[in-house]
Design a protein around this ligand. Structure first.
Ligand code: CUK
Ligand code: CUA
Ligand code: CA
Length: 639
């Protein structure tokens, strides 16, 4: 296998093929040494293009003091967090701890955050790891409504909700009887009550098969294992129902009319090994008829699994022989697909091929026809399947009829026109759906466009989240950062306007017009039931339980000396009485492993065992005042 030659042959726009280091040859060797060879092959050519001039960034800089046009909310991958950047500047605005511990804000350290994350009987965190992949906002009227962001944890199959007024996680829910919870998408209007034109449910796809229940049974017989699609109430964050499917699930999309949710399936084979998962020539996109599922649940036609009380319905083909009553529809798509995305006009879902160089366009009205018994084959809902390049993963839209798909193996983004692809599929050989291709650096995963997952898709920017950065930035050791590359979509050709670094590993993101995001500047003290005021501040002792109620106001804590005894169980509650925007204080206690902040008018608490005597300076960690360094109190622990 001459991977270099293949790589060069296949490289349509850049001579040298350096960016194409996982080229055509790698597609056949993905599972084995081919990928390794492909990676190694890039090395000798790495210096050639590094001397090229950087693309001009005219018109896309954000001057000092100027604000960005868009928010960019992304996942943080195995960092377990979510992130906010500004677009087009690429400036990092905030990191939102979710499944991880963050000593800056005190996430995973304060009692309030630990209650959200979940604790064991001894008060320690149940999990300290997370793997966030997909962040999506809640909808009203087909666009973002600034209520919530939802993000998944693939490791422990948890769904988190982030309130967008404060950009803090307020709920974490673990899905029962699933593993590898990967794709999520909120519905865009209620699937049952058409009058409710906002997000009410979040759909969650599980990628890994497991024994049901996973209690030690069927370990040697994976054919008995199963995967469930879950529906969570956006308001109460409770699992409403689950649906068992044939095969696995991956990414999730929802229709603008609320009726359909779908997930791409790369393992329709139900295989437990890699070769088996690549055996079939086609896989599927499975559609869920949400109203029918919920009618079954309402009628009591469900089972439960293990100790879970969540209703589980059967969406496997064998249990759904008649389309007119079926709750699922398996539409055949390209081999081992990755990604399913809804077009902003509400008409189509696009499934990228991954191991097939195609994207499959599915007409949602035809899927509904199939559910009505009016369409013969599931496959008849496919209205286009253009060849777009190697390793297509995710597709974004500009609201003008064009799709932009990331090509992992080609290290490119391809712009193609949906109507032209449909005409070609109907037999018109004169049309060419591909409009443009642009190199990205390198190996793109998700790509997403400004407002592209809403009815307000504006076709301005596309962000390419690239998995490899190699020579794009100063080397910093074997761990490379990743690139987020911003592409201007407004011209006839796509134009790369900037490279931004990203700490591994963001997967997906959304780009939200800034007027669609409404945040608070300070907290409201009365929102915290445990707020400390002048009336209750001080030390309260009940046996060996001590409650220290402390206030902060620049540049001091309310008590200069706090005396406790070894053996005490201490709860320290701190309320920040400053009302000035941006005036945050910190609270660190040496040796006791405590570090958190309180923002203006915010209250947080920590509980710890006073297990070693001595004097400990409680000090402010957040530079707040000219006397910030002097902002400290003595914690005296008597032997
Ligand atoms: S997955 Cu990562 S690039 Cu988790 Cu959305 Cu496709
Ligand atoms: Cu308060 Cu620094
Ligand atoms: Ca497959």
């Amino acid at each position: 296998m001459d991977s270099k030659k293949d790589s060069n042959d296949n490289n349509v726009t850049v001579p040298g093929g350096r960016r194409n280091f996982l080229g055509k040859s790698a597609i056949v060797g993905l599972a084995g040494a081919g990928a390794v060879l492909g990676l190694a092959g890039c090395k000798e050519e790495a210096t050639k293009v590094a001397t090229k001039a950087a693309p001009a960034a005219a018109g896309h800089e954000v001057a000092p003091g100027q604000l960005d046009e868009y928010y960019h909310f992304s996942s943080g991958g195995h960092s377990g967090e979510a992130r906010i950047m500004g677009i087009p500047s690429g400036r990092t605005l905030r990191r939102i701890p979710v499944f991880n511990i963050d000593p800056m804000v005190g996430w995973g350290i304060t009692n309030e955050s630990k209650a959200i994350m979940g604790t064991k009987a001894d008060g320690s965190l149940r999990y300290t790891t997370g793997d966030t992949h997909h962040v999506h906002g809640s909808y009203t009227d087909g666009t973002y409504d600034s209520r919530w962001l939802f993000v998944n944890d693939k490791i422990h199959s948890r769904l988190a909700r982030i309130r967008m007024d404060t950009m803090e996680c307020d709920t974490i829910l673990q899905l029962p009887n699933v593993m590898g919870f990967h794709g999520i998408f909120p519905d865009k209007r209620d699937p049952v009550d058409a009058a409710i034109n906002r997000t009410t449910r979040v759909f969650c796809g599980a990628e890994f098969h497991i024994p049901l229940p996973n209690d030690g049974r069927d370990l040697d017989d994976p054919s008995k294992w199963g995967a469930l699609f879950s529906c969570v109430s956006a308001d109460t964050m409770e699992v409403m129902w689950q649906c068992r499917v044939d095969g696995n699930m991956d990414l999730v999309a929802t229709s603008y009319d609320g009726k359909l949710a779908a997930s791409n399936q790369y393992n329709t084979e139900n295989a437990a090994d890699q070769a088996g998962m690549m055996a079939a020539e086609r896989d599927a996109c499975v559609f869920f008829h949400v109203a029918r599922v919920e009618a079954l649940v309402k009628a009591g036609k469900f089972t439960t699994i293990g100790g879970s009380k969540v209703p589980v319905v059967d969406g496997r083909k064998a249990a759904n022989p008649d389309p007119k009553t079926s709750i699922t529809c398996y539409v055949p798509v390209g081999k081992n697909p990755h990604g399913v995305n809804a077009t902003p006009d509400g008409k189509y879902f696009v499934c990228a091929g991954k191991l097939s160089p195609t994207a499959t366009v599915i007409d949602l009205s035809k899927v509904l026809q199939w559910f009505d018994g009016a369409l013969k084959l599931e496959r008849d809902s496919v209205v286009a399947e253009p060849e777009i390049g190697l390793g297509p993963l995710h597709t974004a839209f500009d609201g003008k009829g064009n799709a932009y798909t990331s090509l992992f193996l080609d290290s490119q983004v391809v712009k193609w026109n949906i109507d032209l692809a449909i005409a070609q599929f109907k037999g018109d050989k004169t049309v060419k759906p591909i409009i443009d291709k642009i190199d990205v650096h390198y190996q793109p995963g998700h790509g997403y466009s400004s407002m592209g997952e809403t009815k307000e898709a504006d076709g301005k920017y596309f962000n390419s989240g690239n998995k490899f950065s190699k020579d794009r930035f100063l080397p910093v050791g074997p761990l490379h950062c990743e690139t987020e590359q911003l592409i201007d979509l407004t011209g006839a050709k796509m134009k790369l306007v900037s490279d931004h670094t990203a700490y591994p590993e963001p997967h997906d993101g959304i780009i939200v017009r800034r007027d669609r995001v409404k945040t608070r500047q300070i907290y409201t003290m009365t929102d915290f039931p445990n707020a400390v005021t002048a009336d209750n501040a001080g030390i309260e002792r009940k046996g060996n339980k001590v409650h220290v109620r402390l206030m902060s106001q620049a540049p001091a804590f309310s008590m200069p000396i706090i005396k406790i005894k070894v053996g005490d169980e201490v709860t320290l509650t701190l309320t920040n009485h400053d009302k000035v925007e941006d005036l945050t204080h910190g609270c660190a206690i040496p040796t006791y492993n405590i570090n958190f902040i309180v923002n203006p008018q915010e209250t947080k608490s920590v509980t710890f065992k006073a297990d070693h005597p001595g004097a400990y300076w409680i000090y402010c960690t957040h530079f707040c005042h000219a006397l910030h360094l002097e902002m400290r109190s003595r914690l005296l622990v008597e032997a």
